[in-house]
Design a protein around this ligand. Structure first.
Ligand code: ADP
Ligand code: ZN
Length: 738
């Protein structure tokens, strides 16, 4: 019997079918992947990172799931290149699809968030290094001896690294290469961070920390999806407790992601991690240098990096084998992205854990109402840490009723607060004055004609920045020189600043305490992140007496000498029409006052308010946060607001007010009739004009179990086409209502 050899080989070595087609997600606002043909000899699989032609350009895309679409491959353009990079896992692809579907975003734009490191898709180039071959030079000099001594550890060195470590010039090393004692070779690039060691320096947990860690660690051991909430006061040891979960995950050989709201500023966190694990985590945020960004991306994908500490965008890193996500300060509004793809990284972290079947840990001293409720109904398991660690006590909190203790004319600090600052400075301790407003004054007007300085592009007042001698728009960044005369009536020197910003508070402080060392901290400070890190460091070392800052100073820093926190305007966040205003104010004020007294010194928090009876103020000073949350939860439930109902907001903008309003009305009319879901608006947005675009809002409200996405899809498909300058933004679970 004869064997048909061509068939046998065909079965054994099945070549990739020539000229097949695959779907590829491209970074475009298209509803689904585009089809491309696969040139003969090219091997791709779902998840492969590829380069494809798109119109006249070449773009980066990802081969997606789904089969051939029946189009003749000859009619399609071929994939140009497959990168030498591990393909995005099925888990990652499912996550991207899920986020796209939930946020109603084009999947290509979500995938693009996973590929934000353009030069990282090919392997890092090898670096030239030296290998010790052996032998000794005939003529031994002290410099040569030092080089040989340094290299005797058997590790591989770079030429300049070895010279530097031995304290000699590179010519000494070159001499030894010529003699054949060292040999040049190519080495893999060094890892961006050393390997963390789970047993490096474990803390001895105490009291409730032990039980909390035991519960959290047992969740990690099970290795399945679960969500735990660590709810503990500032300084209770929440970080120590979740470090135990990280250690356990590392022992299980999995990677860890720690999300932090202000990662660029938390150098102290990285050091603390290093003290515990013997190595720093890799960082991921927008201030990372591009080369570093590429290295971190690549090494997270290949698994060399075991722990990443990052901002919300780190959630889209395609880890090789992620096994735990920590969301620190889970209530923080910075987790919400409001640009292109609108998503909340806290919520999407939970989704990623569910898809990858691993645990997620949320951490906060003031958990969001959403997470509290999820804890109450048993969806999340909650562990409590009710007291500060060691002999540190929470600060004593008091309200200053500004109606009774009014500041002197032209000032914003009541005599009570000034006395407290003075005592603190006398004791050589630090005071923090918190005001969540950058610049000198939020409004400037002409005393003669009443003219108010407004942004030409936005419906917002220009904020005076006296230090820079500018008026700035905090919406669009527009800036102009502060004029000497009113542009309306021409009168000279009659412009007045209304209300305070941090610069103005600093001026007042300097008037009262000319000898004190004062630092102003806000995000627009000259010198950027680097300078801020230095200033934060200086404060921690006690090199300032009085710190005046915006919410930047509220997050995560540990200032050992800080014993007084003064809130300049505790009412500031309560005034806007945001349904979360009370919750946000409570969280922010708790967090800021929590900066005081971290090391056992007696500490105080003073809150200046015109509404001392307000439930938020009462909750803060009484320390009864349970009662506050109880009240908030009841009110949310009554109004069917999240998490007892669902919200989506639609922002329609256009170059003319008429176009924006018209389109918004058209969308409203396209809404299907569905019981349990209603559409409110359109109404002109509180921020009616931004960067020259007029804005209208629609708010969609649904019952908890309603199909919000289905409703919105139906509404969008029936809506008029977006013509001319009209743009529509969809925000599921909105946090912002302006
Ligand atoms: P939180 O994250 O709740 O604000 P931290 O974990 O930062 O609290 O702890 C507050 C301070 O107490 C830190 O300086 C931390 O190192 C210290 N600390 C907490 N628990 C322990 C412990 N078991 N052993 C030693 N130090 C601890
Ligand atoms: Zn503006």
């Amino acid at each position: 019997m004869s064997i048909d050899s061509s068939d046998l080989f065909g079965a054994l070595f099945e070549a990739p079918p020539a000229n097949r087609t695959v779907p590829v997600l491209v970074p475009m606002p298209a509803p689904k992947p585009y089809s491309y043909s696969v040139p003969e000899g090219m091997a791709v699989e779902p998840g492969s990172v590829v380069q494809v032609p798109l119109g006249p350009r070449q773009v980066i895309g990802v081969v997606w799931d789904g089969g051939e679409d029946g189009v003749d491959p000859k009619k399609l353009r071929p994939i140009s290149h497959v990168f030498d990079c591990p393909p995005l896992s099925k888990e990652m692809r499912d996550f991207i699809d899920w986020v796209a579907s939930y946020t109603l975003s084009p999947p290509g734009l979500v995938a693009r968030m996973a590929l934000r490191a353009p030069n990282a898709f090919e392997p890092e180039p090898m670096v030239e290094g030296l290998k010790f071959v052996g032998g000794e030079p005939e003529r031994m000099t002290p410099a040569r001896a030092r080089v040989l001594e340094t290299a005797s550890d058997g590790l591989s060195w770079t030429r300049s690294g070895l010279a530097h470590a031995a304290g000699v010039s590179t010519s000494v090393v070159d001499g030894l290469i010529t003699l054949g004692i060292f040999e040049s070779m190519f080495l893999p690039p060094p890892p961006v961070v050393a390997m963390p060691d789970p047993d490096f320096a474990a803390a001895r947990l105490e009291g409730p920390q032990k039980e909390a860690a035991a519960e959290i660690v047992s969740g990690v051991r099970r290795g399945e999806f679960s969500v735990s909430l660590i709810d503990g006061v500032t300084g209770s040891g929440k970080t120590e407790v979740y470090f135990e979960a990280i250690a356990e995950t590392l022992k299980r050989g999995k990677q860890v992601l720690i999300l932090l709201p202000e990662i660029a500023l938390t150098a102290s966190f990285l050091e603390r991690f290093q003290d515990r694990f013997g190595a720093k985590p890799a960082e991921w945020h927008s201030d990372l240098a591009p080369r570093m960004r590429e290295k971190v991306w690549r090494q997270a994908v290949t698994g060399e990096v075991r722990v990443v500490a990052g901002a919300r965008s780190a959630l889209f890193l395609p880890f090789e084998d992620l096994g735990l996500i920590i969301v620190d300060e889970e209530h923080d509004p910075a987790y919400k992205q409001e640009d292109r793809v609108f998503y909340n990284a806290r919520d999407m972290a939970v989704v990623r854990g569910r898809i990858g079947d691993f645990p997620v840990i949320l951490v906060s001293a003031t958990p969001s109402v959403e997470s509290q409720v999820n804890g109450q109904i048993g969806r999340y398991s909650t562990v409590h840490l009710p007291t500060r660690f060691g002999d540190a006590a929470l600060p004593d909190l008091h309200l200053i009723d500004m109606r009774r203790h009014a500041p002197e004319r032209g000032g914003f600090l009541s005599p009570v607060l000034i006395r407290a600052i003075s005592k603190t400075v006398e004791r050589r301790e630090q005071a923090l004055l918190f005001l969540n407003r950058r610049g000198y004054a939020p409004l400037t007007l002409c005393r003669v004609c009443g003219h108010r300085f407004q942004c030409p592009q936005c419906s917002s007042w220009l904020v005076e920045h006296r230090f820079r001698k500018q008026l700035q728009c905090h919406q669009c960044g527009h800036a102009e020189r502060t004029p000497e005369a009113c542009p309306e009536c021409g009168t000279l020197d009659h412009l007045v600043a209304c209300g305070p910003g941090v610069e103005r508070i600093a001026e007042e402080v300097e008037r009262h305490f000319p000898e004190a060392r004062t630092i102003v901290l806000s995000s627009d400070m000259m010198g950027g992140v680097k300078r801020l890190r230095l200033e934060l460091d200086a404060i921690a070392k006690g090199e300032a007496d009085i710190v005046i800052g915006t919410q930047l100073v509220a997050k995560g820093h540990n200032f050992p000498l800080m014993t007084l926190v003064g809130i300049v305007d505790a009412d500031l966040g309560l005034a806007n029409g945001d349904p979360r205003a009370a919750e946000r104010t409570f969280q922010l004020l708790s967090q800021v006052t929590g900066r005081a007294g971290r090391t056992g010194l007696k500490s105080h928090g003073l809150l200046q308010t015109y509404q001392p009876q307000h439930p938020v103020m009462q909750a803060i000073v009484s320390g009864d946060s349970d009662a506050f949350y109880e009240r908030e939860i009841t009110e949310r439930e009554r109004a069917a607001l999240p998490p007892f109902g669902r919200l989506a907001s639609i922002i329609v903008s256009a170059e003319t007010r008429h176009d924006a309003e018209n389109h918004a009305r058209g969308m409203r009319n396209a809404a299907p009739q569905v019981s349990g879901i209603s559409v409110l608006g359109p109404a002109e947005a509180p921020l009616a004009l931004v960067r020259g675009r007029h804005r209208f809002r629609l708010l969609v409200h649904g019952r908890r179990n309603s199909d919000m996405q289905g409703f919105l899809r139906a509404m969008l498909s029936q809506s008029p086409k977006e013509r001319g300058s009209v743009q529509v933004q969809l925000d599921i679970d909105p946090q912002s209502f302006v």
